[in-house]
Design a protein around this ligand. Structure first.
Ligand code: CMP
Length: 226
């Protein structure tokens, strides 16, 4: 397969013609990161857009008392780094590889040219930004209102949406992040996450085999906890 065609699985590029994809590909730089590597650091200056071709990343900030707060998890096909490009401010958060990951990097000027020449990319980009704002609103609500059981459940729902694969009503997450990461998403402790995962398993809502987690009936699970 022509290498540039791998860009087609990135949603903001899906509808572009081959010659345009090829042109974008020629302007991109490919980079790989090992699990745990810092890709972007909060407050750094930056003028590059990242497209995640393989792996997953966590978007984090550090709270006043030094705890890591996970704002979001992004998976294959997602982009990040667009905020600094669009508003000219420094990086708004840290981005850390959750697994060995591969990214394509596009410079600001090339990205802005693309948006001007292909407005359909801007529309998909805005849709994704609206969806991220919606998720952030849900997260604020879940952190302020819910008890620990709900917060951990909501973190699993977000992980399922970002990293999971749906099969006959079940959602399978092949590489569940560490319990500490789930705790940092849910604003609770690792011990509570461990206790809640056991509780969900005893209830038959989830199944855990090593790093693989299955939510047995995703629709029911979402209804129960949201
Ligand atoms: P930028 O500010 O350039 O660098 C950090 C990136 O993290 C940011 O662009 C976004 O791509 C991403 N990011 C920041 N906050 C969120 C969020 N709440 N949800 C998803 N991605 C985010």
């Amino acid at each position: 397969m022509d290498s540039f065609k791998i860009l087609r699985k990135i949603p903001i590029f899906t509808d572009l013609k081959d010659d345009i994809l090829e042109k974008i590909y020629s302007r991109m730089q490919r980079r790989v990161y090992k699990k745990g590597n810092m890709i972007l650091m909060e407050e750094d200056l930056g003028d590059t857009l990242f497209l995640l071709n393989k792996g997953s990343v966590k978007i984090t900030r550090v709270s006043e008392d030094g705890r890591e707060v996970i704002l979001s998890i992004l998976g294959e096909g997602d982009f990040f780094g667009e905020m600094s490009i669009l508003d000219g401010e420094s990086r708004s958060a840290n981005v850390v590889a959750l697994e060995d990951s591969e990214v394509f990097i596009l410079r600001r000027g090339d990205f802005l040219d693309l948006l001007e020449q292909h407005p359909q990319i801007a529309i998909v980009l805005l849709q994704e930004l609206a969806s991220r704002l919606r998720k952030s609103d849900q997260q604020i609500e879940s952190l302020s209102l819910a008890d620990a059981e709900n917060r951990v459940a909501m973190a699993l729902v977000r992980l399922a949406e970002e990293l999971g694969v749906i099969k006959m009503g079940q959602v399978i997450i092949e590489n569940l992040p560490f319990q500490q990461d789930i705790a940092n998403m849910a604003g609770t402790s690792r011990e509570t996450v461990s206790r809640m995962l056991k509780h969900f398993e005893e209830k038959g809502y989830i199944k855990k085999e090593g790093r693989k987690l299955t939510i047995m009936n995703f629709e029911d699970f979402v209804k129960r906890y949201t």
